[in-house]
Structure formats: structure tokens, C-alpha cells
Design a protein. Structure first.
Length: 233
């Protein structure tokens, strides 16, 4: 079973993008896109050993088990994790692979997603302590977020220069507010309103794209109730 990987490539954010096609034979429709890209990388190594000119494909991967979010990219116009998308999911012979479009490009399929960390630092959303027992389910659900950025990629309201942090921010707020005493939670409300509430249009496109199946709607309802409507979580 042969497939053609049509990959959008770009040496850096200033260079001109181009597309290269690679024919591969993964042997099984259940092989993931990540495995196909690794197969391509192995072929590039063979080229190097034979002194055949090439430029190695740049992309990220780590756990390959939907745990780290490193391999986030766009496959056939669908934001996904390369380790969670199978070659058999593409009906045609050609599979179009591109980097995430809303994040600054580093090279080829690798983008800079540090904006998510910067937002957490700006709003002082870091974790310490544990959730109150009655909120364990909220903290656990929020902790499933792997900060892959797919929710931001598909969100109609999130853009790089805006103050809205998207659901990648909301999950961190939800985890933190699940453990905070009432007085601290009230202090957190203004940050939450700026980073999450004011920008969210409730389209919930993020819920359907999340590879970790985080219950976005539940966390959003609970967090809005606590931070905006002043109800207990």
C-alpha cells in the first residue's frame, strides 16, 4: 500500500514555502503519520550515507502515545497529532501534511508554541498544592490537557497577538481554581476574565479536536461559575 506524503516545507519564517512529495510504503493502513514521517527520516539517513544531496525534514515528536503533544500538525486540513492520525484515515493516495498555521514557524513542520507558556507566566497560572477533595474531578479533568495547541489552531477567536488564551489557558485556570480558597479565587477572577471569558465565543470546536478528550464544556461551565458568577466550584 503506497502513499504519497505531500509536505509543506520552509527553511525558516522568512524563506519561501514549497512542497515536496515522497512516496512511501508503510505496509499497513494503521501506521500513524508519525511512523510514516520516521520512515521518511530513515530514508533521508540512507541518502546521507550515499552522499545524495537532501535537506532533512524538521518536525517534532517525543512520546508517540498522545501524551506530550509535540507532534501537533495539520494533516489533510485537519489539526491533529501525527501519532494519533493513521495513513488509512486519508482516503486518497496523497496525504497533505502542513505545520500548524497560527503559531510562528521555526522550520518545516516545527512551530513555536511558547506563547502558551508565556501566557501562563503572565497570569501567574502555575500549580502548587492539591485540589480540595470535592473538586478532585475538576482538577483531574483539567490535568488531562497536554498543551498541544490544537484547540488554539481550530479556535475562531484565538490569534497570536490577542489577550485571549483559549482553552489551553482555561484548563490551567480550572486546575488552579479547583484548589484555591475563596479569597484567592476571587483575586484570580480578573485574570480569568481577560485570558478566557472575554474571548471565548463558546463554539466548542476545541472540544471536538482535543486528542486528550478533555471535557471542555464541563470545565468551562465550572470555571465561569466560580470566576464570573461568583458561585462555588
Amino acid at each position: 500500500m503506497k502513499k504519497i506524503l505531500c509536505i509543506k516545507r520552509q527553511e525558516n519564517s522568512e524563506s519561501r514555502p514549497y512542497r515536496e512529495e515522497y512516496e512511501i510504503d508503510p505496509g499497513d493502513s494503521n501506521v500513524t503519520i508519525a511512523a510514516a514521517l520516521r520512515l521518511l527520516s530513515e530514508e533521508n539517513r540512507i541518502y546521507a550515507e550515499r552522499d545524495i544531496p537532501y535537506r532533512a525534514l524538521v518536525w517534532e515528536c517525543s512520546c508517540l502515545q498522545r501524551k506530550c503533544g509535540a507532534c501537533a500538525m495539520v494533516v489533510d486540513n485537519v489539526p491533529c497529532l501525527a501519532c494519533d492520525r493513521r495513513v488509512g484515515d486519508s482516503r486518497g493516495e496523497r496525504i497533505v501534511i502542513e505545520p500548524l498555521r497560527k503559531f510562528p514557524l521555526i522550520c518545516d513542520l516545527m512551530v513555536d508554541r511558547s506563547i502558551m507558556d508565556e501566557m501562563l507566566y503572565e497570569h501567574e497560572v502555575w500549580l502548587k498544592g492539591r485540589a480540595k477533595e470535592k473538586n478532585d474531578d475538576i482538577a483531574f479533568e483539567a490535568s488531562k490537557c497536554i498543551k498541544c495547541g490544537l484547540c488554539l489552531e481550530i479556535c475562531p477567536n484565538w490569534h497570536l497577538e490577542g489577550s485571549f488564551g483559549g482553552m489551553a489557558a482555561m484548563t490551567s485556570f480550572a486546575r488552579l481554581m479547583a484548589k484555591e480558597p475563596e479569597e484567592q479565587l476571587r483575586e484570580r477572577a480578573s485574570h480569568y476574565k481577560t485570558a478566557v471569558y472575554n474571548g471565548c465565543g463558546k463554539s466548542l470546536a476545541c472540544r471536538d479536536i482535543c486528542p486528550a478528550s478533555v471535557d471542555i464544556e464541563k470545565l468551562l461551565v465550572k470555571s465561569n461559575a466560580a470566576a464570573i458568577w461568583k458561585r462555588r466550584m
